[in-house]
Ligand binder design. Structure first.
Ligand code: NAD
Length: 263
C-alpha cells in the first residue's frame, strides 16, 4: 500500500529495540528517511542502521540522545532538521519499566520512568513543533500503552507516566490543530519485546508466583484475544496516522490491545 510518505523524515526515540525498531523498519519500507535513537552496543546499532538503509534504499542516521537529558533530546530533533532539511514525523517511543509495590519502589526507578516515558515526550515535541508548524504539516505519534487508560498493580511509575502521556497528547493536539499537525497516542496491549520479557521475572517475584503463571494468568490474562499484539499491527496504524488519510485523527488514544481496555 502507498501511504504517500516517500521522502519524508522521521525521528523515532528508543528505536534500537522492540517496537521502535519495528516501526522504524515499517517507515523505511514506506520510503521514509530516519533518525534512530536508543541505547545499545555501538557495533550492533551501526549494523542495524546500515541494514535498514540498505534494505529500503532510504537515508538512516543514528543519534545517541539519552532520554533523561532534555538538552540531548532537543539536539536529536534540531540536528535532524539541520541534516535532512525537514522533520515530518516524530515518534515518542522510548520507554522503560520497573515492577514493584509502591512501598518498595526505588526512588531512582520512579525518576527514570517519569523522565524517559513521560518527560522525553514533552522535550522532543517541544523541539519538533516549531519546524513542523513552519512546514504546515507534521505528525507526532506517542507510543503510550493500555496502561495510559487502565492500571495494574506494582507498575505505579509506568501507569502514572503513561496516563501523563495521554494528557500531554490531548493538550498538544489542541494546541497544534490549526497548524496542519496531529498528535495522537497508540496504546498497545502486550507486545513480546525485551521490555515485556524482563517483566516476567519481576512480576513473578512481586506476586510470589512462577514465571509460567505470570505469562498465563497475568500477561495474557489481560488480553481477551490471548495473543500478543505484533509490531506489524502497530505499524499498520502508525502508517495510516502519518498519511493524509489520518489528517482528522487528532488527540486520540488508539487502543491496539486485543480488547483489553474494553473490559
Ligand atoms: P524495548 O525495551 O524493546 O525498547 C525500548 C527502547 O527504548 C530501546 O531502544 C532502548 O534503548 C530505549 N531506551 C531506554 N532508555 C533510554 C534512554 N535513557 N535514552 C534513549 N533510549 C532509551 O521496549 P518496547 O517494548 O519496544 O517498548 C517501546 C515502547 O512501547 C515503550 O514506551 C513502552 O512503554 C511501550 N509499550 C510496550 C508494550 C509491550 O508490551 N512491549 C506495551 C505497551 C507499550
Amino acid at each position: 500500500m502507498d501511504y504517500g510518505l516517500k521522502g519524508q523524515v522521521a525521528v523515532i526515540t528508543g528505536s534500537t529495540s522492540g517496537i521502535g525498531l519495528g516501526l522504524a523498519e515499517a517507515l523505511a519500507a514506506a520510503g521514509v528517511d530516519l533518525v534512530l535513537n536508543g541505547l545499545g552496543d555501538p557495533a550492533v546499532i551501526e549494523a542495524t542502521r546500515a541494514g535498514i538503509a540498505a534494505r529500503h534504499g532510504v537515508r538512516v542516521q543514528y543519534h545517541p540522545a539519552d532520554m533523561t537529558r532534555p538538552d540531548e533530546i532537543a539536539d536529536l530533533v534540531t540536528s535532524t532538521v539541520t541534516a535532512f532539511g525537514r522533520l515530518d514525523i516524530l515518534i515518542n517511543n522510548a520507554g522503560i519499566q520497573h515492577v514493584a509495590p509502591i512501598e518498595d519502589f526505588p526512588l531512582d526507578a520512579w525518576d527514570r520512568i517519569i523522565a524517559i516515558n513521560l518527560s522525553s515526550t514533552f522535550h522532543a515535541s517541544r523541539a519538533a513543533i516549531p519546524p513542523m508548524k513552519a512546514a504546515g504539516r507534521g505528525r507526532i505519534v506517542n507510543i503510550a500503552s493500555a496502561h495510559a487508560l487502565v492500571a495494574s498493580p506494582f507498575k505505579s511509575a509506568y501507569v502514572a507516566a503513561k496516563h501523563g502521556v495521554a494528557g500531554f497528547t490531548k493538550t498538544a493536539a489542541l494546541e497544534v490543530a490549526q497548524a496542519g499537525l496531529t498528535v495522537n497516542a497508540i496504546c498497545p496491549g502486550f507486545v513480546k519485546t525485551p521490555l515485556v520479557e524482563a517483566q516476567i521475572a519481576d512480576q513473578a517475584k512481586a506476586r510470589g508466583i512462577s514465571e509460567e503463571a505470570v505469562m498465563r494468568d497475568v500477561i495474557l490474562a489481560a488480553q481477551p484475544t490471548k495473543a500478543f499484539v505484533t509490531v506489524e499491527q502497530l505499524a499498520g496504524l502508525l502508517l495510516y496516522l502519518c498519511s493524509d488519510a489520518g489528517a482528522s485523527v487528532n488527540g486520540a488514544m488508539l487502543s491496539v490491545d486485543g480488547g483489553w481496555t474494553a473490559a
